[in-house]
Write a protein that binds this ligand. Structure first.
Ligand code: NCD
Length: 318
C-alpha cells in the first residue's frame, strides 16, 4: 500500500467522512507502528483522558496503551466518581476538562451522536477540545472499524470485491454500522445474516441479507457480532432468546468452520459469547482473527490519536 501523507483531523468521531486515501494512510501508519516504526517525538506534553460511560475492556485498555506508547500524559477519569453523577452534562464536563488543561477526550457514551454538541458548539459556547469516539450507543465505532479494516488488509492486501458477511445482532451494533459503510466505500461486497428481527431493510443499500448456510463456503470474511442483551430492553425477542438455538441457526460451529474456504477469516469485536456466536473451541482456531484484532487495535488507535494530535498541532507536531 503506497501512502505518503499523514492523516490530520481536529476530532475523530466517525468513519463516514474518511476518504479511501485516508483509510489507506491510517492502515499504513498503524502497520508502521506495528513494525516498530519510530514514534513521533512530542516536544510539549499532550494531556488525554479516557471517559468511558459504558463498560469496556479492550477499547479502553488499548486506547490507554496507545496513548502511553505515543508519550501522551494520561489523566484518569472515572465516570462513577465524576460530577456527571451529580447531573453535570457531558458538555459541561468537557468544558471542565478543557479548563484544567486536557487536550483530548476519548469518549464512549450510550447516546448516539453524543459528540455533536462537543465538536459543533452553539453560539456563545467556546468548547474546543479534541474528541475521539470510542463508541456512541448504536451509532458508530470508528476505532473498531479501522482495526477491522487493518486485519482484513493484512490477510488479503486489498478490499475490492472481497466478500464480507456481517452476522448477528445488526440493528443494535455500532460495529456493524461503521463496518458496512466503510466496506462499501472500499469496494467490498457486503452480505448480512443472522436473525431477521435484528436486521432492518434500511441496510439493504450496503449489502444483501442471506441465510447463513448460503454464505459460509463463499465468504472471504465472516464478521460475527455479539448478541447485545444490554440493548434489548423492551425487545420481545429477548424474552424468547435461547442461546443453544441461536448457536445452531446463526453461530459458527465446527461443521460451518470446515465448510469455509482455507483463507477465510472469522472476526469478532469481542466480548465473545462463547458457544453462542462462535463455538468456544474455535475462538483461537487458525481461521479466527479475534486475538489479532485486539493486537491491531493498539496500533490503529495510535494512528488515530496521532491524526488528532497533528490535526490540533499538539505536542509540537503539525
Ligand atoms: C463492541 C462495542 O462495544 O461496540 N466491543 C468492542 O468495543 N470491542 C462490540 C460489543 O460490545 O459487542
Amino acid at each position: 500500500m503506497k501512502t505518503t501523507n499523514l492523516v490530520t483531523l481536529s476530532s475523530f468521531v466517525s468513519v463516514e467522512d474518511l476518504s479511501v486515501q485516508e483509510v489507506e494512510a491510517l492502515i499504513a501508519r498503524a502497520q508502521y507502528f506495528k513494525n516498530d516504526g519510530a514514534r513521533p517525538h512530542l516536544t510539549e506534553p499532550v494531556y488525554v483522558t479516557n471517559m468511558f460511560f459504558e463498560n469496556s475492556s479492550r477499547t479502553h485498555t488499548s486506547f490507554e496503551v496507545a496513548e502511553r506508547k505515543l508519550g501522551l500524559t494520561v489523566i484518569p477519569f472515572d465516570p462513577s466518581h465524576s460530577s456527571t453523577k451529580k447531573g453535570e452534562t457531558l458538555y459541561d464536563t468537557s468544558l471542565t476538562m478543557q479548563a484544567v488543561g486536557i487536550d483530548l477526550e476519548v469518549i464512549r457514551h450510550p447516546e448516539n451522536e453524543y459528540y455533536e454538541e462537543l465538536i459543533h458548539p452553539k453560539e456563545n459556547e467556546h468548547l474546543n477540545i479534541g474528541v475521539i469516539n470510542a463508541g456512541d450507543g448504536s451509532g458508530q465505532h470508528p476505532s473498531q472499524c479501522l482495526l477491522d479494516m487493518m486485519t482484513i488488509y493484512e490477510q488479503f492486501g486489498q478490499f475490492k470485491d472481497l466478500k464480507v458477511a456481517i452476522v448477528g445482532d445488526i440493528t443494535n451494533s455500532r460495529v456493524a454500522k461503521s463496518n458496512m459503510e466503510l466496506l462499501n466505500k472500499l469496494g467490498a461486497q457486503v452480505y448480512f445474516s443472522g436473525p431477521s428481527y435484528w436486521y432492518d431493510s434500511k441496510y439493504d443499500q450496503y449489502g444483501q441479507f442471506k441465510e447463513l448456510d448460503e454464505l459460509v463456503d463463499k465468504m472471504d470474511v465472516m464478521m460475527l457480532l455479539r448478541v447485545q442483551h444490554e440493548r434489548h430492553a423492551g425487545d420481545p425477542n429477548e424474552a424468547q432468546f435461547d442461546a443453544k438455538q441461536y448457536h445452531e441457526e446463526f453461530g459458527i460451529n465446527q461443521q460451518r468452520y470446515d465448510q469455509m474456504k482455507d483463507d477465510t477469516i472469522i472476526m469478532h469485536p469481542g466480548p465473545i459469547n462463547r458457544g453462542v456466536e462462535l463455538a468456544s473451541e474455535l475462538v483461537e482456531a487458525p481461521k479466527c482473527r479475534f486475538v489479532c484484532q485486539m493486537e491491531n487495535g493498539v496500533f490503529m488507535r495510535m494512528a488515530m490519536i496521532e491524526a488528532v494530535v497533528r490535526g490540533r498541532k499538539l505536542g509540537g507536531l503539525s
